[in-house]
Design a protein around this ligand. Structure first.
Ligand code: SF4
Ligand code: SF4
Length: 453
């Protein structure tokens, strides 16, 4: 066997092994369609490299050398990864008003003073808000996906989170411990990860991280004072098996549970910093003074994608975020290098927009919105769907190619998306092939009792 034929044979075995290994991972994930395509790839892709071994006439021609040359040419093509200006990350210039968020608007009681004042100032919100107010509502027994057990589990998580609100702030210890920023930062990151958080980062707080006015609960209408120097953001992964069943009950059960799971270390960390003698405040579900995805983005945890959520390198949007703001001296992180590749990938992908039952996600490229180039979802139509479904939907999150399981196979693909322009194009096509352009919603995990209502 000539050296060129031998190299071709080795490549054939390598490609076959990778395709089979990928197929096994996908079989473990119970993705039947993806397994089918892995088998097809395992059978077809090695064929050109096997021909010289199978047919002496081919081995004696220029074919083996030409094939190796063509394969080698693919390497620089795959390494090409320009940072195109049109995909550059952009920073918002203005502060948001929490009163304009859907959760704040949901708390407005028709006939109340706050209701009248809000809709007088924002008459454009009255018609869409009247529409969703007529729907059954989140976790409501009359909603489309009502499921007593998962809804009760979600409600239990939300009730528990609400008990945490008294711990978000507090007075600091008068005796301040002077710790070197590097050591304190290292300790915080290790401790947060030890508590099961997926990732943690720190950024210097900017005005645009803060809402300018509070919009929820007893603090409604209160101005927010940007008074903290640093923001510690962390993410917790949401279980893929629960989210891929979105918009069924398991999605809201998981979402609520992870609000709680990230909320506990947040209030704990804020208390720890106050105990050391530094001002600190936790920002957890229902108690935000900051826009968590923006803080997390600037803390290097990811970028904000087409669906308007933080997209992280390993779990994509399948995370929940909590933030602790503090005046403790800490070392900050830089913004994630995910930005260019993700903005480009989202420009091609559009899968979340295709499946969105509320037709809330735009199909167009990034546009100027509120003074910044970005995608902006239609929050009203999204929330109307939530109020109808009874869950926080999550279909966009479930189908996102970035949201596949955190394992070697999918991390390799996410790595390829991040580091190769050509791979970004290919990955969009492959994801459609392996999972479908409109992946269907999976069943809820089997241990959740299926109760007929
Ligand atoms: S589904 Fe596609 S377009 Fe939507 S956020 Fe994910 S990668 Fe971007
Ligand atoms: S949560 Fe559902 S309705 Fe809202 S943007 Fe995502 S897919 Fe659309």
């Amino acid at each position: 066997m000539s050296p060129t034929t031998l190299i071709n044979l080795i490549l054939a075995i390598l490609i076959f092994t990778i395709a089979v290994a990928g197929g096994l991972v996908l079989a473990y994930e119970r993705s039947c369609r993806a397994v089918f395509w892995s088998i097809i790839f395992a059978l077809i892709l090695p064929v050109p490299y096997l021909l010289p071994t199978l047919f002496p006439a081919v081995a004696n021609s220029y074919y083996p050398l030409t094939l190796l040359f063509a394969t080698a040419l693919l390497i620089p093509a795959f390494l090409y990864n320009p940072k195109q200006k049109k995909f550059a990350p952009k920073t918002p210039l203005q502060q948001h008003d929490e009163r304009a968020t859907m959760f704040s608007r949901r708390e407005l009681v028709p006939g109340s003073k706050n209701f009248e004042v809000y809709y007088t100032a924002h008459p454009e919100h009255l018609t869409p808000d009247t529409t969703w107010r007529k729907k059954p509502g989140l976790l409501n027994p009359k909603s489309v996906f009502y499921h007593p057990v998962s809804f009760a589990a979600a409600e239990a998580s939300f009730q528990t989170i609400s008990k945490l609100s008294t711990f978000i702030k507090g007075s600091k210890n008068k005796n301040q411990q002077k710790l070197p920023p590097r050591e304190l930062t290292h300790f915080i990151k290790k401790w947060i990860k030890k508590q099961g958080m997926a990732d943690v980062g720190i950024t210097q707080m900017q005005n645009y991280h803060y809402y300018h006015t509070k919009g929820r609960g007893k603090t409604y209408n209160q101005p927010v004072t940007p008074r903290y120097k640093n923001g510690i953001a962390f993410t917790v992964e949401m279980d893929e098996a629960f989210i891929t069943a979105a918009p069924k009950g398991s999605a809201v059960m998981e979402s609520a549970e992870k609000y709680l799971k990230s909320g506990v270390p947040a209030v704990q960390l804020a208390a720890f910093l106050r105990e050391l003698g530094y001002e600190a405040q936790a920002h957890i579900d229902g108690n935000y003074e900051v826009v968590c995805p923006l803080v997390a983005r600037d803390a290097g945890l990811g970028q904000i994608g087409r669906m308007g959520l933080l997209m992280t390198p390993k779990q994509g949007p399948r995370v929940r975020i909590a933030v602790v703001t503090t005046n403790a001296p800490l070392e900050t992180d830089s913004i994630s290098s995910l930005a260019y590749s993700m903005n480009e990938f989202c420009t091609y992908c559009k899968k979340c927009a295709i499946v969105c039952p509320g037709q809330s996600i735009p199909f167009h490229a990034r546009k100027m919105q509120d003074g910044v180039l970005r995608w902006k979802i239609n929050a009203e139509s999204c929330f109307t769907y939530w109020q109808t479904a009874g869950t926080d939907c999550g279909r966009c999150m479930a189908v996102c190619p970035y949201a596949h399981a955190d394992n070697f196979l999918h991390n390799s693909i996410r790595y390829g998306i991040r580091h190769s322009k050509i791979f970004r194009r290919i990955a969009v096509v492959l994801d459609d092939l392996f999972y479908g352009k409109r992946p269907s919603s999976k069943s809820m995990p089997s241990w959740i009792p299926s109760i007929k209502v």
